[in-house]
Write a protein that binds this ligand. Sequence first.
Ligand SMILES: [Zn+2]
Length: 374
Amino acid sequence: MRFEEIPGLLALKEILVLSHQRNHMAHAQLFSGQEGGAALPLAIAYATYLLCENKASADACGSCSACQKMAKHIHPDVHYFFPSSKSEKEDGKQQTRVSEVWRKFIIEQPYAVLGDLISVLDTENKQNQISKEEAKKIVRTVSMKSFEGGLKILIIWYPEKMNSAAANAILKVLEEPPENTLYLMVTYHYEDLLTTIISRLQLVTIPSFSEGELTGYLVNNHGATAENAIKAYRFSNGSLPKAVADLEEDNEDELHWFIDWMRNCIGAKYDFLSQMSEKFKQISRAKQQIKMRWALEMIRNAILVKGAEDLISAQGAERVFILKFSNAINLQGLELIYKDISETLYYLERHAHPQMAQLALSIRLSHIIRANRG
Ligand SMILES: [Zn+2]
């Protein structure tokens, strides 16, 4: 990852480069931004720039041996720490698997959120945190010599997921690291960090993408039309993965998915509902949320239709289904469904287990529908 690959944020990139050129770089920095924004890619691009053996004035070269290792996340002097369900008993084999999964994950989804990693590692049912054992590993890493004789960089993703025992374990090495050690912590919930940690870090606030930055990225990298890019930006709240997911979603697919779902709920077909929730788990977090938002919009329309049919703008197959669905269920039932789907969406946004959340919702909706026939 080079600075150039990250849309916009020119002023901030320049500040990072200048801090190195003028020798003003703080040894412990806290990149704070919104989920789905550029905080992690920027930390990686910054590390790449610092380690590059052939820097241009404003970016890494992209082709030297250090840059190539950084592109694969195998540079021996860059160490990643992130929340996981690791335990003390865990063997080396399992740790290697997690590192491999991480490398692939971060190449494919550099703008991802923690929920995406949890899905990939399949650890939704476990506590995902930076444990005290992991903190001890940070301390050991700090005391090691740099492999290539230069800077050693620790990138810590979601330090807010450190419990207080873990945070206390790293305080000393955070304050007095050996020479040539750089900490880059990447946080999205600044307020959840212990003040003892915050006070030892230099805060770097990562601004959200502007409309122009994000839409330009969607047009250049995803072939979006200007109109679709603006629509995706508005939906995304500045989150790049959400904007990309919105762009990739096809409204027709959403409609079929929703119709299937509701039919299986109406018919109480639990086998099919269970299969649907399994498939739901396979898609990205951003897409799961799009499906739920789409479902909410359909239910909202079904409620509006109760007042007057001309209140909705949906056309074609979508309109036909909304009218039928609105007819089949009474107003109270539709309102209960709306409330239940919004609550599930809320939990999905906060790392709920997608398969279980969606299946439990389906079963509840099935009951609501059958108790509230129109
Ligand atoms: Zn290079």
